[in-house]
Design a protein around this ligand. Sequence first.
Ligand SMILES: NC(=O)C1=CN([C@@H]2O[C@H](COP(=O)(O)OP(=O)(O)OC[C@H]3O[C@@H](n4cnc5c(N)ncnc54)[C@H](OP(=O)(O)O)[C@@H]3O)[C@@H](O)[C@H]2O)C=CC1
Ligand SMILES: O=C(O)[C@@H]1CCC=N1
Length: 275
Amino acid sequence: MITQHIIFIGAGHMARALIAGLRRQGVMGDQIQVHAPSAPRRDALAAEFGIRSLPATAQKLPAHGVVIYAAKPKQMPSVLTEWRHSFTDAGVLFLSVAAGISSTRIAAELDAGTAIVRSMPNTPTQIGVGATALYARDTTSAEQRQIAESIMAAVGKVYWLSDESLMDAVTALSGSGPAYVLLFLEALEDAAVLQGLDRPTARALAVQTVLGTAQMAAASVSSPTELRHQVTSPGGTTAAGLAAWEEHLRPLAQRALAAAAERSRALGDIKGNTP
Ligand SMILES: NC(=O)C1=CN([C@@H]2O[C@H](COP(=O)(O)OP(=O)(O)OC[C@H]3O[C@@H](n4cnc5c(N)ncnc54)[C@H](OP(=O)(O)O)[C@@H]3O)[C@@H](O)[C@H]2O)C=CC1
Ligand SMILES: O=C(O)[C@@H]1CCC=N1
């Protein structure tokens, strides 16, 4: 059970997904506060989820709460300058979801000893099926690690990393991954429409196929390769379709993840990063 107060810095897509997921899991509205510069956006999010809108920045925070940093990576230095003493006074756990920004960078902006967990969640957290990687700095107690884990485990699966440098690869895979799957769904839908299906039917069949296959892969002890062979009759329709996919898909996946991981590393260069 999550009993801590949780303060979100940032009221955008990722904050919304996490707040939606936490509220679905029964975290009380008065346990969650959200801060962002735009009062209408902050207030709208607060009203939608029955949480509290936090207008001011440097103010007294609930003792031993969790501050979830969900603003853009490039905003981190200025935000931390504003908030750092509030964190120390309250003994908070700082839980970042920012892409690219290492825990060492974060620690350099905060008072010594601040507990820091870096994470990479994804937007399916909003319905409790997220994937989140976590990395804890050594200033973080076992109890604080458990708190970070329980927050992210409430909204999906959690994986601890012992090597923080892998966070760029995780960001490229599961952080950005929902967008790749959604693009795949769009492409399947469009291709099915070209084959004569009406758009609602094409979308419904594409979504159910991806959903069912992902659930089957998650539930099975067989590898994706073995499961794929079960679909592929020699000389049949699947073999014909797979020949076209095979030609491009693996090199494309490698290029896509390499590009995303490279961008994650660039975002970590706070001074040099661009929006
Ligand atoms: N979107 C995703 O799928 C994922 C995103 N992330 C990470 O989550 C973070 C947020 O991304 P995302 O939600 O997509 O971005 P958005 O642009 O949707 O949201 C950014 C939020 O930050 C707020 N903000 C800007 N300046 C400040 C400030 N000085 N103090 C407090 N809040 C501020 C903005 O406020 P305002 O509304 O007033 O402009 C806005 O609400 C990023 O670091 C990203 O790397 C991680 C995993 C997945
Ligand atoms: O696109 C981004 O930079 C963020 C990080 C992972 C998903 N969205």
